[in-house]
Design a protein around this ligand. Structure first.
Ligand SMILES: Nc1nc2c(ncn2[C@@H]2O[C@H](COP(=O)(O)OP(=O)(O)OP(=O)(O)O)[C@@H](O)[C@H]2O)c(=O)[nH]1
Ligand SMILES: [Mg+2]
Length: 163
């Protein structure tokens, strides 16, 4: 099971739609926050992967879903640096959870279509990634993405299907 988490409105639902369907174009004028969880399955080759999104609004309940999780996609809105310290604190508590001690992590900096190039570095600085990577034992892969342009889609698929 792959878990997809991150703060409210960070872009999880739209990114997962784009991952499932590269031709997906969002025509909705207002997005609907995920209240609770959202499950999707993804066929890659002859394997089917299950991805569960947990809405940012139920962050206090996330740990209820940490059983049987091998991989965690943590989605951060790179275009909104105001929200990023909250994202960092949440990420830290997730990384520190005993049930996820052996999980693989993917840090997705999304909405890159709406960000300046430099914002990637700012985001990683504000998330204190250097320090985090020294302190925790899980491997964190970092990818830049956009649900609008499809940036990062291939890398995310590769990560999902990797051992
Ligand atoms: N420019 C841009 N906007 C995006 C991108 N991804 C999502 N958005 C917008 O960000 C808003 C929130 O997106 P969602 O995918 O619903 O966010 P979420 O992380 O699922 O939010 P919760 O379910 O509430 O936790 C929507 O208005 C999306 O259209 C992106 O890659 N680029
Ligand atoms: Mg959602």
């Amino acid at each position: 099971m792959v878990l997809c988490i991150g703060p409210e409105g960070s872009g999880k639902t739209l990114l997962l739609k784009k991952i499932q369907d590269p031709d997906y174009v969002d025509n909705t004028t207002a997005s609907i926050p995920t209240v609770g969880t959202n499950i999707l399955s993804l066929q890659l080759g002859d394997k089917i992967y299950t991805i569960r999104e947990l809405g940012g609004s139920i962050a206090p309940l996330w740990p209820k879903y940490f059983y049987d999780v091998g991989k965690v996609m943590y989605v951060v809105d790179a275009s909104n640096l105001c929200q990023i310290s909250t994202a960092g604190v949440l990420l830290y508590t997730v990384l520190a959870h005993p049930l996820l001690r052996n999980a693989k992590f993917l840090l997705v900096l999304t909405k890159m279509d709406a960000s300046y190039r430099q914002m990637r570095n700012e985001a990683l600085l504000m998330l204190q990634m250097k320090r985090l990577q020294k302190e925790i034992k899980q491997k964190i892969t970092i990818v830049e993405a956009s649900a609008i342009t499809g940036l990062g889609r291939e890398d995310i698929l590769k990560w999902i299907s990797s051992q």
